[in-house]
Design a protein around this ligand. Structure first.
Ligand code: 6PG
Length: 464
């Protein structure tokens, strides 16, 4: 094998899968790993793909095995390990070489690293990779942020390994520096919202309709054949069908109801708030995970406050439509944040393109994203999905069901934080004359903060 076209540092689950994907697509890949003994095992398991793979260590030899300008993809934990590797590898590189961080990194760190490396004539690419191990191996969705120089080199390789939607590769350069990692963060925020909506609907069927896991799973499988078709609905249906090999009980019934989170959902909310935006459905999803982790408190509260839940009358179709409405509104909030960040960081994000590369390969891939890409293609006013005619029509059709489901849940004492937040967002945004006039009156009353009068410029005060 001649010089490698790309180097992959980090042979964990995602790094190995991406290296194999690259090799399978005829790309010559040099691989290495901090624990050098992983390399031989990896090459052994690669079988005939090893023809396109070269295991190299130490770091200096790995860098020397790459054709120039060099491209090195790091698939390592984000944060301090990435900074340490940049320090180690940068002195071995030459102007024009590119370092890629393919992890879920905080985009602020990506911007900082890109700026620091640019001062050394090196390029830094922040690349969001979605789709889990399976996606990385057979076709992920990839969100790239970096220079045009790096993209020119990366494009053919990434297009070769990306998931495809009707032939179009699900990868794009979305902007410079932190744009790719930011878009991946918001992808995960939407992922959190969608997962929480699913959990709430599962909860209504379990607690409000006394359905067994397999029966709920069958409903999700059925929904996956209609407008809710998506990876998350598909795997939910499948997961609910499994039994625990140890006890024989339904698998979900033996899983502790305490959700983990690594941070990307939280970052989405933090960034939204920082930009003066609200992402209430995503925030509800992050908050619900936090509450879920307080298992001991919830057990005690159920004993003290009572945990009985009323029956839910709404049928499968009503739940399906409520899910569609809540899913649209969760996505609408995510795209609002992208639109705000695009202005804030001068990224000129193409929202239609983002929706397009999310249609296959990534965790939130769904039939809805096709509708969303069309809506943005048609120019949703002010980047607001809810104002796009096609989406507005879908909302008009499905929000009554969301209203019914949330109302029944509230009456019955079922927690539906994400669906309720989605509904309140919808009702707030469709109120041309809102209630903030009284907030302005209060602010002026106690703090002389001033207000605008309807239809008049300038700052005014009340007669209080
Ligand atoms: C993806 C996933 C992936 C990972 C998240 C999960 O797009 O492939 O989002 O990045 O599953 O890290 O995040 P939590 O651990 O926070 O749920």
């Amino acid at each position: 094998m001649g010089k490698a076209q790309i180097g992959v540092y980090g042979l964990g689950t995602m790094g190995s899968a991406l290296a194999l994907n690259l090799a399978e697509n005829g790309i010559r890949v040099a691989v290495t790993n901090r624990e050098a003994d992983w390399i031989a095992d990896f090459l052994h398991e690669a079988g005939e793909l090893a023809d396109n793979l070269q295991g190299v260590e130490p770091l200096g030899d790995f860098v020397a095995a790459l054709s120039t300008p060099r491209v090195i993809l790091f698939m390592i934990p984000s944060g301090a390990p990435m900074d340490a590797m940049i320090e180690a590898v940068a002195p071995l590189l030459e102007p024009g070489d590119t370092i890629i961080d393919g992890g879920n990194a905080d985009f602020h760190a990506t911007r900082r690293r890109a700026e620091a490396l640019a001062a050394r004539d090196l390029h830094f690419v922040g690349m969001g990779v979605s789709g889990g191990e399976e996606g990385a191996r057979y076709g992920p969705s990839m969100m790239v942020g970096g220079s045009a120089h790096s993209w020119a080199q990366l494009k053919p390789m990434l297009e070769a390994i990306a998931a495809r939607y009707e032939g179009a590769p699900c990868v794009a350069r979305l902007g410079p520096d932190g744009a790719g990692h930011f878009v991946k963060t918001v992808h995960n925020g939407i992922e959190y919202a969608d997962m929480q909506i699913i959990a709430e609907i599962y909860g209504l069927m379990r607690n409000g309709k006394a359905c067994a896991p397999a029966a709920i799973g069958a409903v999700f499988e059925h929904w996956n054949e209609g407008p809710l078709r998506s990876y998350l609905v598909e795997i939910t249906g499948k997961a609910l069908a499994y039994d625990d090999p140890v006890t024989g009980h339904p698998m979900v019934d033996v899983i502790k109801d305490a959700a983990g989170q690594k941070g990307t959902g939280r970052w989405t909310v933090v960034e939204a708030v920082r930009m003066g935006q609200a992402a209430s459905t995503i925030e509800a999803a992050v908050g619900a995970r936090a509450w879920s982790s307080e298992k001991a408190t919830r057990m005690e509260a159920e004993r003290i406050l009572g945990g009985a839940r009323g029956a839910i009358a709404c049928d499968e179709t009503t739940l399906e439509e409520a899910f569609i409405a809540a899913r649209i509104l969760g996505h609408a909030q995510g795209f609002r944040i992208l639109s705000a960040a695009s202005g804030e960081y001068d990224w000129s994000l193409d929202l239609a393109l983002i929706a397009r590369i999310w249609r296959a390969g990534c965790i939130i891939r769904s039939a809805l994203l096709d509708d969303i890409s069309e809506a943005f293609q048609g120019g949703a006013p002010r980047g607001q999905l809810i104002l796009a005619p096609g989406i507005a029509a879908m909302l008009a059709r499905t929000v009554p069901a969301l209203r019914q489901v949330v109302a029944e849940a509230v009456h019955g004492g079922h927690a539906v934080p994400a669906m309720a937040a989605a509904l309140s967002f919808y009702d707030s945004m469709r109120q041309g004359y809102g209630t903030a006039n009284i907030i302005q009156a209060q602010r002026d009353f106690f703090g002389h903060h001033g207000f605008e009068r309807l239809g008049e410029e300038g700052r005014h005060h009340g007669p209080w």
